[in-house]
Write a protein that binds this ligand. Structure first.
Ligand code: ADP
Ligand code: MG
Ligand code: MG
Length: 874
């Protein structure tokens, strides 16, 4: 078997998989000559082996013994020595940071005899030895045997009596004495840390953070140092930059005369780290020096745990620190200025998801405003509304014009109407894959879930939190990014980053905006993918252009059929002869033409892809149920239902069991005479008008839902005729959506009739999986995510293995048939960070997404292009 134990002097920071993050970084600090208490790391291999077999791997005990002997020699003390004992900590540490999820046990090596030895060594602060012993019994008992010590916190002050009382509880709970053999303590502690990998909370955390379940944790055994030996001792945490804003400076907290866990647990009030300059100038100067060494070495923000024992500084932990989205941009840009990294590396260190966060409006938190609860930020945004405890109340409140927060213990498919009506959703149970989280993300609605402090009582229409009662119709504010819940209405501030994109703020106004500007500019120089926007109106198109879109990749024409144009559309659908139909179409034509002209103006000189009408016709007609009731009532009252009768007949005729798979897209165009021709006319006339006004229109006509090349050929022939007739030499490209699986699989044929392809990944995903998004997200997606059938909703992020495979086939066969074929994507995935990377790899020419996602797609396309040349660590 391979080596199972590494001394801190043997490893380095690149061995996270084997030594865990904590162990690898302790080794790295040791290598850099920083003052790290000596110790060793038991590998994740050993943990995996233990978890697989249920026993410690052969040879582990011997290796631990050898390293322990070495540690004892180095420290000049022996574990369990009654006169001057060596104490060690046993610390978990996985490859990925899982803060607070697993166990750490301090002060291993104390027993009824060595505690006297330690007390004697401690002289004046002898009580601290007893305090350490008490802590050991508590941590060890809780971690190894699950002992609940709450009962053992009597009013005794004498630490010796406390030890006795803790030992008694230990005995009562476990049926055995607290182990006096230090080696037994050590072995049981190591085993408990191994097992903490599979604790319920660690398992849940991993599932939510998508950390693989099989990795296991390493275990670090380290000589104890003591921050609780008086005024010249203490412990603290430090950041090399402000993890909230990225600002340079000294950030952290210090606690005099205390052990590290006291800071982490927030038991006592800390002082700002700067105060250490006064309390212990020498240690402070040394700490700042080490911080600089670490920053320069890791070339990134580091966070640090340290302890000072009688004026001697010890470094206990470091890692590349977590940071807010804003800090990530600012720090990346600063590090470039400081010459520590280049722009490519900076790009690798920020993500589209972080940029997306910065584009949401956020609450303005005034000093003194405190959250009443906090849960998991499951779907970002800042939502304010009145509380409703069930779906019915939510819809009712919303119908009355109120903004609503739907509050549930957990949601289920029956809550869908309420979720749609609400501004935001708040639950007290469940994580990122819960029903509430999945559905809210799908709808782009703010969601906080798993806010466990809330006791939700839907029957009594109230919730209790920290002794406070919130009743129906009270106002709450929820932050879907931080997961915080506030009482009352908090003011919402627009995102400075969005204001910059809108041209309302110069790049130099603040550090964050400047950093975003710089990163996007660099991404634009690197990316190979073009970025267009999905925009249906001149306003959207103009905004998209301000956000950096290089054209419109999808202009949906269906909205142009709604609103006050409905009567015309009804006339078209109900037309009983050609003349009536032509009249209706003639009425629609100038309206469509005006719409297109507006978009061509906003997108002058860049391509505009206009999709011919896609949705099923019944979407433009009144609902069957409502109409049937209306007619029924009229008839019962002996009144004449008038035109409603004909309408009802038509709606009945057009009713489809499965409209998503019915008469829509190209099928509709081939069935309703003159419909597509009217749209093509409107497009060509709009383009000609724009050109005649001195503009440069680049029109592209896109045919939806094609499954067979013959469909496209038929539409194309008619469209080409109209373009030749009306276009006066205007170049108009004609292409197709690839969104029916059959189209992807026959792309080689279809390419002969298409100037371009655009993947409609929503439909391709629905039809590829054989489920409709509207039905399945609410019904069973949360279960599927829980079971790990997929790691993320395939509507959020492209399913590479399945849907992605169809895309690759279509790209390869399409290009083989027609090398100049231009290929893009216009489904929702065009703005999803992971999917953008896939589209880059698959060799697409551009992605198209909603205007607000354009900057995210630009950034991710740039990141995809530099990936491989720079390391991507987050
Ligand atoms: P976590 O991973 O949850 O942060 P740690 O392993 O870092 O847990 O341990 C928790 C605290 O215990 C740390 O803040 C550290 O200060 C303290 N600690 C761990 N090992 C030692 C040690 N050898 N000497 C002194 N304090 C220690
Ligand atoms: Mg720690
Ligand atoms: Mg579609």
């Amino acid at each position: 078997m391979a080596t199972l134990v590494y001394d801190f002097t043997q490893g380095n920071k690149d061995q996270k998989a084997l030594l865990g993050g904590k162990g690898a970084n302790l080794a790295e600090m040791t290598r850099l000559g920083l003052p790290v208490p000596p110790g060793f790391t038991i590998t994740t291999d050993a943990c995996r082996e233990y978890l697989r077999t249920g026993t410690e791997p052969a040879g582990l005990a011997d290796e631990v013994t050898a390293h322990l002997r070495r540690l004892e020699r180095q420290m000049g003390r022996r574990l369990g020595d009654p006169d001057d004992p060596l104490l060690v900590s046993v610390r978990s540490g996985a490859a990925f940071s899982m803060p607070g999820m697993m166990e750490t046990i301090l002060d291993i090596g104390l027993n009824d005899r060595s505690v006297y030895g330690l007390a004697a060594q401690r002289g004046e602060s002898e009580h601290s030895a007893w305090d350490s012993y008490r802590r050991l019994i508590e941590m060890f008992g809780r971690t190894v045997f699950g002992v609940d010590f709450d009962r053992a916190r009597p009013s005794v002050d004498d630490p010796r009596e406390l030890v006795a009382s803790y030992q008694k509880v230990f005995r009562e709970h476990t049926g055995r004495e607290f182990p006096q053999d230090p080696r037994e303590q050590l072995d049981l502690a190591v085993r408990a840390v191994f097992e903490s990998w599979n604790s319920e909370r660690a398992t849940l955390y991993r599932r939510q953070e998508r950390i693989p379940a099989h990795l296991g944790t390493a275990v670090n055994v380290m000589a104890m140092v003591f921050g609780n030996l008086g005024e010249d001792s203490g412990t603290g945490v430090a950041f090399t930059r402000d993890p909230a804003t990225g600002e340079r400076g000294v950030y952290g907290d210090y606690l005099q005369n205390a052990q590290g866990e006291d800071v982490v647990a927030g038991i006592r009030n800390t002082v700002p780290l700067q105060d250490l300059a006064r309390l212990d100038p020498a240690s402070y100067a040394e700490l700042l020096h080490h911080m600089t060494v670490l920053e320069n070495h890791y070339r990134d923000l580091c966070d640090i745990e340290f302890t000072i024992e009688h004026g001697k500084l010890w470094m206990l932990q470091t890692r590349v620190g977590k940071r807010t989205a804003a800090a990530a941009f600012v720090i990346a840009s600063q590090l470039v200025d400081e010459g520590l990294i280049d722009l490519d590396e900076a790009l690798a260190r920020i993500t589209g998801a972080q940029l997306a966060q910065l584009m949401f409006p956020a609450f303005e938190i005034r000093p003194g405003v405190r959250a009443i609860a906090s849960g998991i930020g499951a779907s970002p945004g800042a939502a304010v509304g009145r509380v409703a405890f069930d779906s019915g109340r939510a819809t009712a409140l919303a119908a009355g014009g109120d903004r609503v927060i739907l509050v549930r213990r957990e949601t289920n498919p029956d809550d869908l109407p309420g979720m749609i009506a609400a501004q935001g959703v708040l639950t007290s149970r469940g994580g990122k894959t819960s029903h509430a989280a999945v559905v809210a993300r799908g709808m782009g609605k703010t969601c906080v879930c798993g806010a466990e402090e809330l006791e939700v009582d839907a029957a009594r229409r109230e919730l209790t939190v920290g002794g406070r009662v919130v009743r129906e119709a009270d106002v709450l504010s929820i932050d879907g990014t931080s997961g915080k819940v506030y009482l009352g209405e908090l003011p919402v501030a627009p995102s400075p980053v969005v204001r910059y994109f809108e041209g309302e703020r110069a790049p130099a106004t603040d550090r964050l905006v400047a950093a975003v500007h710089r990163m996007l500019t660099h991404a634009d120089t690197r990316r190979r993918l073009g970025v267009r926007a999905n925009a249906d109106t001149g306003t959207d198109a103009a905004r998209a252009r301000r956000f950096g879109a290089e054209g419109v990749g999808l202009c949906r024409t269906e909205h142009m059929f709604l609103g006050d144009r409905r009567p015309l559309v009804e006339r078209l659908i109900l037309a009983s002869d050609d003349r009536e139909r032509e009249l209706a179409l003639a009425g629609l034509l100038p309206l469509q033409q005006a719409d297109f002209e507006e978009i061509f103006r906003a997108m002058d000189g860049v391509p505009v892809t206009i999709r011919l009408l896609d949705p099923p016709l019944h979407e433009f007609l009144p609902s069957l149920e409502e109409l049937a009731v209306k007619v029924g009532v009229a008839e019962a009252l002996g009144k004449d239902p008038g035109s409603d009768l004909a309408l009802l007949a038509a709606v009945r005729r057009m009713h489809e069991a499965n409209p998503m798979l019915g008469l829509r897209g190209v099928r509709l165009g081939l069935v309703v005479p003159g419909l597509f021709a009217m749209q093509v006319r409107a497009i060509v006339r709009a383009a000609v008008a724009h050109r005649d006004a001195g503009g440069d229109p680049k029109a592209e006509i896109m045919v939806p839902l094609v499954g067979a090349v013959q469909e496209l050929e038929t539409v194309r022939a008619e469209a080409e005729k109209l373009v030749a007739e009306l276009g006066d030499g205007l170049p108009v490209r004609i292409g197709t959506m690839i969104e029916v699986p059959r189209a992807a699989l026959t792309a080689g044929e279809i390419a002969h009739a298409a100037d371009f392809f655009s993947f409609g990944t929503n439909d391709l995903t629905q039809m590829g999986w054989g489920f409709s998004r509207d039905d399945v997200e609410g019904a069973f997606f949360s279960r599927y995510l829980e079971l790990g059938i997929f790691g993320m909703s395939p509507f959020e992020s492209i399913d590479r293995a399945g849907i992605g495979r169809m895309i690759r086939i279509a790209v390869d066969e399409g290009r083989a048939a027609r090398p100049d074929l231009h290929i893009g994507v216009c489904g929702e995935h065009g703005g999803d960070p992971d999917s953008v990377r896939f589209f880059h790899e698959a060799g697409l020419d551009y992605v198209s997404c909603s205007p607000y996602r354009v900057p995210i797609a630009r950034l991710e396309a740039g990141r995809a292009a530099v990936a491989g040349s720079a390391s991507d660590t987050r």
